[in-house]
Design a protein around this ligand. Sequence first.
Ligand code: MG
Length: 346
Amino acid sequence: MSSSTATHESPPSIALEQLALHLRHTFTIARASEDVATTVLLTVKVGGVAALGEASPIQRYNESVEQVAELLQRLPLNGVDLWRFDDVIDLLPVHAYAARCALDLALHDLAGKRVGIPVYKLLGLNPERALETSFTIGIADLDKTVEKTKEARHLPILKVKLGSGNEIETLEAIRSVYSGRIRLDANEGWTPQGAVSMLKALKRFDIEFCEQPIDAGHPEQLRFVKEHSPIPIFVDEDSRTLTDIARLHGCVDGINIKLVKCGGIRAAIAMIHAARALGMKIMIGCMIESSVLATAAAHLTPLADYADIDGPLLITDDPFVGVRYEGARLRLPDGPGLGVVPSPST
Ligand code: MG
């Protein structure tokens, strides 16, 4: 495509909407609890094509739906060549990762729709290498934990949220009804010494790895935990963007990459390669989000080792359909762009 294409089109229009996504179960992690998650849906319309993006801003990083919407609302897209992804994304502030993510997704969706191919193909990826996702069990009392585990018993991988006490009892309760693979996420809930003792005690439950055992921002403490833990250590809060990767070298076994943390598909690919070069395993994760953002993440799983893309499974009112779940296996849509369409039920 020549860059002159953009100048002959009517100017792109931007529409923004807040999506209130209702959770199947109150979602509790070591830091917080929620029943409704709000995300920002971005629609960029140009030349008869409507392209979608989404951001689920993370409060922990001081990002909000209001701030994301405001940044995107005043994007000066007139006369801009929307094939030049980096130039367009750089119209936003460098640290506005959630807003950059929504825009990056819309640019990929637009490009795919313009040439009539899915995003995985635009990226040269093999959809048969899409991964199985874990399914998250949030923190709850033991009865509720058992009930939620039974609901998910047919799925091969659970990600169990821990970090606010009762860890051994929780794993005992889950293992009494579930024999599949289990990953843990402590969401910064433990001290370094506490993490090592806890992970030694939890080893008997046959755990694949543990995510973010301690507060983010202390790579040397992570190194201590990794060196003394019998369970591999991943980070999530610590692996926000590309610039975080180098300091984690040798301190962790793997990182969780989320599109909304790092700024979208392009930023995530840069992180994947940087982390690979330093010998880290890659997990692609998600927030509570609709099928727009989750499908974009799914398109990248052929590049990763693990997937935690269960956002659409945790909500009752996803306005879209995109990535499909065959059990836990992610099936990438073949439609153009992200391959996401409005849900027939909404
Ligand atoms: Mg996490």
